[in-house]
Design a protein around this ligand. Sequence first.
Ligand code: SAM
Ligand code: DTB
Ligand code: SF4
Length: 331
Amino acid sequence: MTMIEPIPAAADPAGAANSDIRHDWSEEEAAALLAAPLADLVFRAQDLHRRYQQSNEVEMATLVNIKDGGCPEDCHYCSQSLSWEGGVKAEALMPLGEVVEAARRAKAAGAHRLCMGAAWRSPNERDLGKVCDMVRAVRAEGLETCVTLGMLKEGQAEKLREAGLDYYNHNLDTSEAFYGQVVTTRTYQDRLETLGRVRKAGIKMCCGGVLGLGESEKDRAAMLCVLARFDPHPESVPVNSLVAIEGTPMSGNEPVDEIAIVRMIAAARIMMPKSTVRLAAGRMAMSEAGQALAFIAGANSIFLGEKLLTTPNPAESEDANLMSRLGLSRM
Ligand code: SAM
Ligand code: DTB
Ligand code: SF4
């Protein structure tokens, strides 16, 4: 086991020169966090969680797939890629009325953000205009908005911002070194460029990754460092675990160890104390005790609703029951 530094003296969370908020984490430091004795790691993460977040509060976001399947990218984990046989059938963009209905259902269930996903490499101008209409309509229902549409070209992020978009999700997925084993149709640099455009337009950044792609501990540490290098840190950091989908090249991957998920969440909380850290895809395979540990380690967001984009997620009633037993309330 690797020893980690003791908890630093209490810092002033409002202070400008705050040693808790760093953008210079080394891969060695991140790897040491991931490999530390679990109690030391979780204790340090929980301490920061209490100082920088509303402890015992969890953000709820609901996903809706506004454009299913037919994606030209070859992400090896994804059921929506055209590259794998038997994938999700390509559908047209969801009509505005259905998106509004999804927003009303999500709000009634207790979500305060609707995350709209589209299986595109990047949106064309006509579709982008329709997504802008969706953003306006969802905001008019009193929900925050997030979209994930693939790569953005110059000027597209500004249009989304003008429509009132709150968050753009664009995950790094893994380290730069391992990226070529996961996706071959775009580069890590492409990802970073879109993220730069999102930030430049003043949209909040939702950016994280996926465990269980076949990556090493070193890759996990490296990805955390890329995330922590953003200044400011991404406002939202989703930690997904692979949902192994039949027909994709990753269908036979080893399931992710729950303790490894907890470690990743704790390391993200320590490295990015002010960010919302989401226990994202993969909760169907986790025990309730594993999820509880993830909240103690600093997770403070989940996807609410029984479907993610194409795969199942715990029922709302199950989540409500778990939250109540853990004394967690909706943010
Ligand atoms: N097409 C857009 C893109 O790739 O940016 C948006 C949708 S994509 C489904 C959003 C993210 O969900 C991916 O970047 C990946 O991190 C995560 N994801 C997709 N399929 C997954 C799976 N089977 N298991 C876990 N996470 C997954
Ligand atoms: C994120 O980090 N995870 C979400 C959302 N952002 C878009 C997607 C998870 C997808 C899980 C597999 C599926 O349902 O197809
Ligand atoms: Fe397309 Fe996104 Fe799936 Fe990749 S993750 S294949 S870009 S929908």
